[in-house]
Structures are given as structure tokens and as C-alpha cells.
Design a binder for this molecule. Structure first.
Ligand code: FES
Length: 136
């Protein structure tokens, strides 16, 4: 095998390995549609059937709201805006992590690892038969 051919094959192999490991670390974010009435964002419970958490986008905030199912008909909603210096926090399985300086929060927004010192902003959540309401 020629040196150039060897280097091309190694490069392609490395890139495919990097891509594979990056994909394994990613979990697809699932945005669900919502309607805003006054200060209440409403989402359909039926959009939650296959997910333990979803993202809800509101025009009022730059970052999405992380809506998580805690138990049957019990939900938590927090704004993914880091309380350290304002970066967008990322969902990572059962916790939330800020990519800027590494702060970590529980799935309900309680800070567990700094440099952030305050919990994420939490919204009141209520439900009825068909919908989940996030009070902005
Ligand atoms: S902005 Fe999130 S840890 Fe610094």
C-alpha cells in the first residue's frame, strides 16, 4: 500500500470513529409544539407518550424549556439558561449540563456542581385531561 493511500484510509477510519462516538453521546432533542395563551404555554400530553422529557420553545426566552415527566400526571419545567453566566444548558440523560464551564443540574434544575450557585429557573406546571400547562 502506498503511503498516501494508507494515510487516506487511516484518516477516513479516524473520522468515522469520531462521528460514531459523537453520535453515541448525543440524544436527540425532541421539541413539541405549544400554544401560548396569556402567560400559559400549553402542550398536548399525547406528544409525551414516547418520551420522558421534551423541549418547549417560547418566544419569551432565548433558551428552551425542559419539560420532564416525573410521575403519572406530574411534570417539572425549567429554563435551560445557566445561572452562572447564561449559556444554554444541555439535557444529558438524567441530568442537565452546561457546556461553557461544566455546571451540572438535576433533571428538575437543582444545581449539584458549580461554578453555578443557583438552581435553574423553575416554572409552575399544571395539567388537565389532555394538556400540560407551563405558567411563564
Ligand atoms: S455559563 Fe454555565 S457554567 Fe458557566
Amino acid at each position: 500500500m502506498e503511503r498516501n493511500e494508507f494515510l487516506k484510509k487511516c484518516g477516513a477510519l479516524c473520522l468515522s470513529g469520531i462521528g460514531l462516538s459523537a453520535l453515541q453521546g448525543c440524544k436527540a432533542a425532541y421539541y413539541i409544539p405549544n400554544t401560548l395563551t396569556g402567560n400559559k404555554l400549553a402542550v398536548n400530553k399525547s406528544d409525551f407518550l414516547e418520551h420522558t422529557w421534551v423541549l418547549v420553545k417560547s418566544e419569551r426566552f432565548a433558551e428552551p424549556i425542559y419539560l420532564r415527566k416525573l410521575q403519572e400526571d406530574q411534570y417539572s419545567a425549567v429554563l435551560l439558561h445557566c445561572t452562572h453566566k447564561g449559556c444554554e444548558v444541555n439535557p444529558a440523560d438524567d441530568y442537565l449540563v452546561c457546556p461553557c464551564h461544566g455546571s451540572e443540574y438535576t433533571a428538575i434544575g437543582k444545581v449539584v456542581h458549580g461554578p453555578a450557585e443557583r438552581d435553574l429557573h423553575k416554572f409552575a406546571v399544571s395539567t388537565d385531561q389532555e394538556k400540560i400547562y407551563i405558567q411563564l
